[in-house]
Design a protein around this ligand. Structure first.
Ligand code: ZN
Length: 456
């Protein structure tokens, strides 16, 4: 029997096991669920062992545990791949908005409903089952495989960077695949090639010691609120180009091939505007809206505070004015360099009569971009095309996924997102579900991925 037949024969059992997994309320954000996150880790460890993986272990961090396992008998001439995923889930509140209880999973309409079914319990179970099918039918895998599953992704993986740095011997690999990922739509695969980085800061302009009477002092001293408006206006031209000196210096320009790949992805401007209610698209000239969303850096004011904001009039001359700002960065911009560029810009464009403080705020991420010609991505694309019968869209995401940059920084490998969830599956919301046909497709895809990587 081949792995395909094994997967077909065992599918009912796999779905029943996924339900057992979803029944564990491994909510990493809630202290009362700490024992449940541990229970989920132990479930994963035992399931890896049952699949035929070796050295399956629950390992401690300063917070929730991780689970590692491996199967390293394919031979030194075969690549070693690391498969990542997470067994913690988002809180399920508000419970009353669920059609069936979040931790009592149910199958309805070919979907498994329950918290974590899609993000990422169904996703991370897929490569375990693919490995099991190959090990139980042929006694071996075509490549060397390491498994690395964590229990704190939904709270930002705070203890992961030190764990990865201290355990490189368990994690070193030629390629990394993340099971925590989305396909574009049912039947339409995608390969996510880029994620944006982030830098967060606050500009604080100060004038008089305290708020003053605008009739007694107005006209005699500078107004920090007006000065802040002038400083903010100097950060961008009216057409949307960021005018901070050096801001774009490290941006890797879009190639013609990049732009063609982005243009191939379905895009409906009316639908895009309807999502936000904005009257018109706006942004840096010379780029399509989608290019700006995915592949160009941004600078946004997130909040503005100064003076009197209550009802009616107060004739106040404010003492200070503040603006919170975040920039979404693209490869190869550095959050630290961009912060310094903005600080220097504010100092250079400060109107007279006020002082400026530019402070970093929490919230930092490096951008991520899979380099052109990346071997693991090319293989993943070929497998997706084979399994779906259509070439994957090459997409990017405006947000960031910290674990992708942690793995890149420490292990020096660009992880490829190879997951089989979809954006409409109510991830992080009530009525989360996972499509069982994608669960099955993913198992085939991981088997073919290992076969392709092992035959090279
Ligand atoms: Zn996830």
């Amino acid at each position: 029997m081949g792995w395909q037949d094994y997967l077909d024969r065992e599918q009912e059992r796999f779905v029943a096991e996924l339900k057992d997994f979803v029944r564990i309320p491994s909510v990493s954000a809630k202290p009362e669920n700490i024992p449940d996150v541990m229970r989920a880790a132990e479930w994963v460890r035992d399931r890896l062992t049952a699949a035929g993986a070796e050295h399956a272990e629950v390992l401690p961090t300063a917070g929730h545990p991780v689970v590692c396992a491996d199967w390293l008998h394919a031979g030194a001439d075969k690549p070693t791949i690391l498969i990542y995923g997470h067994f913690d889930v988002q809180p399920a509140e508000p419970f009353e908005l669920w059609s069936s209880p979040p931790f009592e999973p149910e199958v309805r309409d070919g979907k498994l409903w329950g918290r974590g079914a899609s993000d990422d319990k169904g996703g991370m179970f897929i490569p375990i089952l693919a490995a099991e099918a190959m090990l139980k039918t042929s006694g071996r895998l075509p490549v060397n495989v390491r498994f690395f599953f964590e229990g704190q992704e939904e709270i930002g993986s705070p203890d992961l960077p030190p764990f990865v740095a201290a355990n490189t011997d368990r994690l070193t690999a030629d390629m990394i695949f993340s099971s925590d990922g989305l396909q574009w739509a049912p039947g339409m695969p995608q390969l996510v090639l880029g994620l944006k980085g982030l830098v967060s800061l606050e500009i604080i302009l100060r004038g008089p010691r305290g708020d003053q009477h605008s009739g007694l002092y107005g006209g005699g001293i500078a107004n920090p609120a007006m000065a802040l408006a002038q400083v903010l206006a100097s950060l961008k031209s009216t057409d949307g180009t960021i005018t901070v000196e050096g801001f774009y210096d490290d941006v890797i320009p879009l190639s013609d091939a990049d732009r063609a790949a982005i243009a191939r992805v379905p895009y409906d401007e009316a639908e895009f505007l309807a999502e936000t209610g904005a009257p018109a698209p706006f942004g840096e000239p010379g780029y399509t809206t989608r290019e700006r969303l995915w592949a160009r850096p941004t600078l946004d004011v997130n909040g503005l505070t100064s003076g009197w904001q209550g009802a009616g009039t107060k004739t106040v001359h404010p003492a200070e004015a503040r603006a919170k700002i975040t920039c979404r960065l693209v490869a190869a911009q550095s959050p630290e360099k961009i912060f310094e560029a903005i600080r220097a810009h504010v100092e250079a464009h400060l109107p007279p009569g006020v002082t400026a403080e530019v402070a970093r705020l929490p919230g930092r991420a490096d951008p991520f971009l899979v380099p052109a010609g990346h071997n693991a991505s090319a293989t993943a694309a070929a497998v997706l095309e084979e399994v779906y019968g259509t070439a994957p869209f090459q997409t990017r995401v405006g947000g960031s996924i910290p674990v992708m940059t942690t793995l890149l920084d420490t292990l020096g490998v660009h992880a490829v997102m190879f997951g089989f969830s979809h954006g409409d599956e109510n991830l992080h919301a009530p009525d989360e579900f996972f499509r069982l046909d994608a669960f099955r497709t993913g198992q085939t895809a991981y088997c073919r991925l290992m076969e392709r990587l092992g035959s090279g």
